[in-house]
Design a protein around this ligand. Structure first.
Ligand code: SAH
Length: 214
């Protein structure tokens, strides 16, 4: 299997072809070996235009969705980013290639371990910290963040995540029920919040292990 060729084809057809323009995101996805993040059984399909199962009822997003989400954060290389929902660690690897530092938090301990292992095996763990835990309330010890990327769908944007964004920070988050979700890009500026819909999407639900008071 010529993985480098598959990666280049994926980037030109699925990403550039659909309007992904951030050259740093495209360069990261040409470099990162997606086949080393998916399950052994899915390796041959690593560059196909669809989400793939990663065990525990969870999925790695379609390459286009990962590219779009990272592009929406407008990262320049100096930022600290929080990711909620590490899964297999692929999205964190892309974030790590275009930002200074990534904290990624995963609720299912086995997946947190898988993400850590995949990132270490591919030499990408250097600026990435994987935490096993509930990220629906963010991760206060390292807050505030320049950007937040949420990989699971919430019923509404959690207030705790907005609070952990820096002023001028960006967050990308799928919102809504499974069959009817929108990918929102939320921006905090001078204490105000504005947002727009970047795409329609289907993500697994954001689970809330801890009861919420608000
Ligand atoms: N970005 C991942 C895809 C993640 S799928 C990748 O590249 O593979 C969404 C992940 O969010 C799942 O692994 C799921 O377990 C996790 N998740 C769901 N609710 C969560 C929560 N409250 N806190 C942390 N992770 C959560």
């Amino acid at each position: 299997m010529d993985w480098a060729l598959q990666r280049r084809m994926m980037v030109s057809r699925q990403l550039r072809g659909r309007g992904i323009r951030d050259e740093r995101v495209l360069a990261a996805m040409i470099e990162i070996p997606r086949e080393d993040f998916v399950l052994e059984d899915s390796r041959a399909a690593a560059y196909s235009d669809e989400p793939l199962g990663i065990g525990f009822g969870q999925t790695i997003s379609q390459p286009y969705m990962t590219a779009l989400m990272v592009q929406c954060l407008e990262l320049e290389g100096t930022e600290t980013v929080l990711e909620v929902g590490s899964g297999c660690g692929y999205h964190a690897a892309v974030l790590g290639a275009v930002a200074a530092r990534v904290i990624t938090i995963e609720l299912i301990p086995e997946l947190a371990a898988m993400a850590r292992e995949n990132l270490a095996n591919t030499g990408r763990i250097g600026n990435i910290t994987v935490i096993a835990g509930d990220g629906s309330l963010g991760y206060p010890p390292e807050a505030p963040y320049d950007a937040i990327s949420v990989a699971a769908a919430a019923a509404a944007v959690p207030r705790a995540l907005i609070e952990q964004l820096k002023d001028r920070g960006r967050m990308v988050i799928p919102v809504g029920p499974y069959a009817d979700q929108e990918l929102r890009v939320v921006r905090k500026k001078g204490g105000a919040i504005d947002w727009h819909v970047a795409e329609y999407c289907r993500f697994v639900p954001l689970r809330e292990a801890a009861p919420r008071l608000d």
